[in-house]
Design a protein around this ligand. Structure first.
Ligand code: ARG
Ligand code: ZN
Length: 467
């Protein structure tokens, strides 16, 4: 049942039952050198710093829509894998007034988006804290393919979008997908505006001229999936029950834009239920959506609260972004070259939805694409073989990525295929992965040698023969 949000006691009770993870466990440092973490991303080598791992971000920001003025403090709890003389954060634009490391003022310098911090006497291996105070007018970031992300202003506020690198326009962060952390967002906006972010609503405090909305995302999240949206929205709170009996709160913030947001809100629990049957339990403790007039031309699977420039019940975007909650968000690539693990799965999830709702079967989707002439853009570069960041969201990643999964399904049969998909989601829940791990899992489940199939579909430029 949907209703207008007046901050209910039920909401507060629900949010406060979550256990706040205050500190990283002793073993956390080891993650920086784990199999998935080793090496990190190779597409944007200047993003992130592999020598430490963030445990949590606490982002307090004060934003005035009419002036685009941001004043913020981000507090980070992190773990250094070894002793460090200095470390890097990523921050694009904005003025940094102060950096504290373990409570002590630290020297810092800036070069492009690198914010290099040199704590007095260096850092010992293990846990450390960072506080960065900063302010200014946050900006958009233009990607290699010409698309817009980062801090995107709207008619009545702003929406922050971060794939692949735009989160550094508003959070000083270890901005690489292999470093997943917990987040708290404290968003202070003029009273009369609404502010949402990822996760569950902890509180909404009216301070007179301003109101502070606090959101908490306790499930580990890659920086590129962080979001905030500020403006004047219709706010809806509802809930759905997951297959494993959990009550999942749903918060939706919709601005008046194109599409039919009410239809999308009604559809969301049905999409979650459908995908739970295919992929296993919904991986997070909250759901929802944001519809806002950030004019970027794409939707984004921002964790627990996907963003849509407009949405309706008819297009595949809702199904696509919801599927990303399992594939991309919970199970996250370390290296952007493996982005087909997000986009190929989300596209295949659209095919599965269509097949069950009177549309084309997966085979028909596959056959239509396979009819693309060998000279078509679908066939090159192969999904994992691009070298230009402009190809990150290209047709090979989405469509040939989905075709790879369909080819796998044909090879191992439907039962093993869905077993592989469910195990992939379950074993890597809240984790970080590479393509080679999927190949190994598929081989173990099916008892077949599958490297040739994956190599043909993911690595070889040109149209695979014989399908
Ligand atoms: N991951 C988004 C999707 O669901 C697309 C993001 C595109 N990002 C960009 N900067 N162009 O397909
Ligand atoms: Zn996608």
């Amino acid at each position: 049942m949907l209703r207008r949000l007046g901050l209910s006691l039920a909401t507060l009770a629900l949010a406060s039952t979550g256990v706040v993870a205050l500190a990283p466990p002793a073993a956390y440092a080891a993650q920086a050198g784990s199999e998935a973490g080793a090496g990190g991303d190779t597409l944007f080598p200047r993003q992130g710093d592999a020598r430490y791992q963030v445990w949590s971000y606490d982002v307090s920001l004060d934003y005035t829509p009419v002036t685009n003025r941001l004043t913020a403090t981000t507090r980070i709890v992190a773990v250094a894998a070894r002793d460090l003389g200095r470390f890097d954060l990523d921050l694009e634009g904005l003025d940094v007034s102060r950096v504290l490391v373990d409570g002590e003022q630290a020297a810092f310098s800036r070069d492009g988006h690198e914010l290099t911090v040199r704590p007095d006497g260096g850092l010992d291996r293990g846990r450390f804290t960072v506080r960065v105070d900063y302010a200014g007018e946050p900006q958009e970031h233009i990607d290699a393919d010409g698309s817009t992300e980062g801090w995107v202003r709207t008619a009545d506020g702003a929406t922050a979008l971060g794939e692949p690198v735009g989160t550094m326009t508003w959070i000083p962060s270890n901005n690489t997908p292999g470093d997943k952390a917990r987040y708290t967002f404290r968003l202070t906006v003029p009273t009369g505006y609404e502010a949402t972010a990822n996760g569950v609503l902890v509180s909404q405090r009216d301070e007179g001229l301003t109101t502070t909305w606090t959101w908490r995302a306790d499930d580990p999240m890659a920086t590129y999936l962080a979001m905030v949206s500020i403006g004047q929205f219709d706010v809806f709170e509802s809930q759905t029950e997951s297959v494993d009996g959990r009550t999942i709160p749903i918060w939706s913030f919709t601005d008046v834009t194109g599409g039919d947001a009410a239809a999308a809100r009604r559809l969301l629990p049905k999409v979650i239920a459908f995908q739970e049957r295919l992929f296993g339990p919904y991986p997070f403790d909250a759901a929802g959506l944001v519809v806002d007039d950030a004019d970027v031309g794409y939707a984004l699977e921002t964790q627990t609260r996907p963003f849509y420039p407009s949405v309706g019940a008819a297009d595949g975007a809702l199904v696509h972004e919801t599927a990303h909650q399992w594939f991309g968000d919970s199970v996250t690539l370390v290296d952007w070259h493996d982005i087909w693990l997000a986009e190929g799965f989300a596209t295949y999830a659209e095919w599965l939805w269509d097949a069950r709702h009177g549309g084309d079967t997966a085979q028909e989707h596959f056959d239509d694409l396979y009819a693309t002439p060998a000279s078509g853009a679908l066939w090159r570069p192969a999904p994992t073989e691009f070298t230009d960041a402009a190809d990150l969201f290209g047709s090979p990643v989405y469509n040939r990525g989905a075709m790879t999964l369909h080819a796998l399904r044909k090879e191992v049969g439907g039962d093993d295929f869905f077993r592989i998909v469910r195990l992939w989601a379950q074993r890597n829940e809240d984790g970080s992965v590479r393509t080679a791990q999927l190949v190994r899992l598929a081989e173990r489940v099916s008892g077949r040698a599958l490297s040739p199939l994956f190599r043909t579909w993911l690595e070889k430029a040109g149209k695979p023969a014989g399908y």
